[in-house]
Design a protein around this ligand. Structure first.
Ligand SMILES: Cc1ncc(COP(=O)(O)O)c(C=O)c1O
Length: 533
């Protein structure tokens, strides 16, 4: 950064990362690549940026506007801030108030406090008692990340009376708990010195080799140029893949709707996230090509099998088309496949990574849905050069994945027949999906449409045409608040807050049969009340 100060008159600072105009002694403000600001305190001030625009007239009024927030300040008199992600009202010297979907804030300058939406009342109490709390200035990377709406709704699930159809966890009866307990005991007795020690970042070598073998057999791992690193779940695999490839502002294409864990991971790297419509047979290819043609696309993130949240599976034809298009326009594909092993109907379709002959596809997998999500073991298979960078970033993130967990996965793969284990899981899921689908058929308003997945954990229901996002969210809210059935509003998976959405996600893996029947019956009644027979 370079700065020029002419105290008493003006000062100016400019750099690749920020531009500033100062009138020291009165006021000054700092700007960055993502915002430009000009202040002439006492008279007026103005800030404009890609991420926000601000106008300040201290003593008179001030105004700030942005895609992420809008603010109006009239210090000493009144101030107001509004945003898609937060709304704020400031009356310095008197009081100030901030409200948001994700948080509420109360400011009493001189005292000052900040509070989350849930504890605002407690904070008020603190203010009134005169306590001082910190105001945290979060980095721009994370300031606008919102708590997942799934988490918000899952809060209600803590009530034991709530039937949760909102989770994304494997069926409890599908977890091989007994086998894992037995293997865990053996590990602790036989190899505590490895289980409790640091390990290498790339992963526990026997597990890494085993994963390579499995992937090679499936045509996913190419020993000529691919490598594998064990990660702390597929979540970390996806996050690190975006981290090593994408600069701020690079375009990253995702299916719309898309898994929220990946969306938030990608957003935290300030990429230009662009959604492409997801259809029953996968991403809309014409839209994908249009976006690739526009240029600047670094990464295309796809969940081809039993997608979260829709349960949709990408057709073979679209997999090939997407692969060819990404090759033509120079984009890398991140293929996320946590549910591929959970196919209970239809024919297997090869992974996109199987078409790869040059290392264009990064493949991320996980033991979360087939063994246990709690042990946090996933993996990423990609070109050696990409893996090398991922290893460095993983070193920074968590040094390595828990040794005990990795050893557990390895021993499971060695001791048990994975295919037989998967057959057991598929039977469980086939039964649960069938039950939920037949209950939906019997109970739901006929105006609601829904997907019929051949694997995975989710069904995606869509309310009748004309229903607004707000009405959809109301439906989900009433369901959990008044009827104690938790479901996830589809807008939680939208790329932009402004995207219209009239869908919601149902999970059939976690609830018992009784809860599936009861939960769908309740939702059915409510759907008929709200949207007609
Ligand atoms: C599409 C998708 N990718 C990745 C993950 C993360 O899985 P893991 O538990 O392996 O981190 C999930 C979890 O639900 C998911 O649905």
């Amino acid at each position: 950064m370079e700065q020029l100060f002419v105290p008493g008159i003006f000062s100016f600072a400019e750099s690749w990362s920020r531009k500033q105009l100062f009138v020291p002694g009165i006021f000054s403000f700092a700007e960055s690549w993502s915002r430009e600001q000009l202040f002439v305190p006492g008279i007026f001030s103005f800030a404009e940026s890609r991420s926000r625009e601000q106008l300040f007239v201290p003593g008179i009024f001030s105004f700030a506007e942005s895609w992420s927030r809008e603010q109006l300040f009239v210090p000493g008199i009144i101030s107001f801030a509004e945003s898609r992600s937060r709304e704020q009202l400031f009356v310095p010297g008197i009081f100030s108030f901030a409200e948001s979907r994700s948080r509420k804030q109360l400011f009493v300058p001189g005292i000052f406090t900040f509070s989350g939406i849930c504890d605002i009342i407690n904070r008020l109490d603190i203010i009134l008692k005169g306590s001082i709390t910190m105001q945290f200035k979060f980095s721009e990377k994370v300031a606008y990340l919102q708590a997942s709406q799934i988490r918000e709704i899952l809060k209600y699930s803590a009530d034991p009376e709530v039937i949760s159809l909102a989770a994304g966890s494997p069926a409890p009866e599908a977890l091989p708990a007994k086998e894992l307990e037995e293997l865990s005991k053996q590990i602790l007795e036989e190899e505590p010195g490895i289980a409790f020690q640091y390990g290498v970042t790339e992963g526990y070598t026997p597990l890494r080799d085993e994963v390579k073998k499995i992937l090679q057999k499936r045509g996913i791992f190419n020993p000529e140029y691919d490598d594998v690193v064990i990660t702390s779940g597929a979540q970390q695999a996806n996050e690190l893949s975006a981290k090593v490839l994408c600069n701020e502002g690079d375009t990253l294409i995702v299916e719309n709707p898309c898994f929220i864990g990946s969306l938030n991971a990608f957003k935290s790297y300030h990429v230009d996230l662009q959604g492409v419509t997801l259809e029953e047979d996968g991403i809309n290819i014409a839209e994908l090509e249009e976006k690739l043609k526009a240029g600047g696309v670094k990464l295309v993130y796809l969940i081809p099998n039993f997608q979260n949240p829709t349960g949709n599976t990408m057709s073979r034809e679209k997999r090939k088309q997407a692969f060819d298009l990404c090759g033509k326009y120079g984009a890398v594909i991140l293929e996320d496949n946590p549910y591929g092993d959970l196919r209970f109907a239809g024919e297997d379709i090869e992974c996109i990574k199987e078409y790869d002959t040059e290392g264009r596809v990064i493949y991320s997998g996980t033991f979360s849905k087939i063994l246990s999500p709690g042990i946090r073991v996933g993996y990423v298979c990609a070109h050696k050069d990409i893996i090398q960078k991922i290893v460095v970033c993983k070193q920074v993130a968590d040094v390595h994945t828990t040794m005990w967990s990795q050893m557990l996965c390895y021993r499971f793969l060695k001791k048990y027949d994975l295919d037989e284990h998967l057959r057991k899981l598929r039977r469980v899921y086939e039964h649960k999906t069938g039950l939920m689908l037949s209950e939906i058929e019997k109970n739901f308003s006929s105006k609601i449409t829904y997907t019929k997945p051949q694997g995975g954990l989710f069904i995606w229901c869509t309310l009748p045409e004309g229903v607004s996002t707000k009405q959809m969210i109301d439906f989900c809210t009433v369901a959990v608040r008044d009827y104690k059935v938790a479901i996830v509003p589809g807008s939680a998976f939208s790329i932009k807050d402004t995207d219209e959405c009239r869908s919601f996600r149902l999970n059939f893996s976690t609830p018992t049969d009784e809860k599936i029947v009861r939960g769908i019956e309740i939702l059915g009644k409510l759907s008929k009340e709200m949207f007609g027979d």
